[in-house]
Design a protein around this ligand. Structure first.
Ligand code: SF4
Length: 187
């Protein structure tokens, strides 16, 4: 399974990623692009796809969900930067899947979010794919920076901070070896 995931995340383009995702799920055809876009944006949908891996009937229901059409807005996946962002998102998704789709506890979520909210690398998205994966910020822990991304890694903040396997790419200003979330930097 790990080898298959590596194959998907090493895809060079969005259509190629859809083809490899289809193969990973046990299909003989690519995942429809709208479904792939939704999987990148909607964690629960991505979770359901992986749960239904090799169950063709269930997969067809998910992949043909009329709601997927709302993810059909034209994005420039073929530009290098957007391709990189898509790959990063899928890579994070599968890393998270391998960790059982667990989420951090409330205290960690708030600490990470507070760090992001006071970080100069917190930005409003400017790439089309980034705009697709952010949502409206609301005054609720975990959603306060939902309309922002990290300038260093390009990730959606509200998704990144809740995933245990994710890490902040910014070095802590005063604590060597730690990131801005106050967690040890991966080696
Ligand atoms: S993930 Fe780290 S570097 Fe990025 S905005 Fe948050 S605190 Fe800053």
């Amino acid at each position: 399974m790990i080898a298959e995931l590596t194959t998907i995340t090493s895809s060079n383009s969005f259509p190629e990623m859809c083809t490899r995702m289809g193969a990973f799920l046990g299909m003989n055809e690519p995942v429809p692009e709208n479904a792939m876009r939704r999987a990148i944006k909607d964690d629960e949908y991505a979770n359901n796809l992986i749960t239904c891996r090799n169950s063709v009937d269930f997969l067809q229901v998910l992949l043909n969900d009329p709601l997927n059409e709302s993810f059909s807005e034209s994005i420039e996946e073929n530009t290098h930067s957007n391709g990189d962002l898509a790959l990063k998102a899928v890579k994070a998704m599968f890393k998270w899947g391998k960790a059982g789709f667990s989420v951090v506890d409330d205290e960690t979520l708030e600490r990470r979010e507070n760090a992001c909210l006071s970080c100069e690398h917190l930005v409003k998205p400017n790439k089309s794919l980034q705009k697709l994966v952010v949502s409206q910020a609301v005054d609720k822990i975990g959603k306060r920076a939902a309309d922002c991304t990290c300038k260093l890694c390009g990730c959606s903040i509200s998704k990144k901070i809740k995933i245990p396997t994710e890490s902040c790419p910014g070095a802590h200003l005063t604590q060597p070896g730690y990131n801005r979330w106050g967690e040890k930097m991966p080696r």
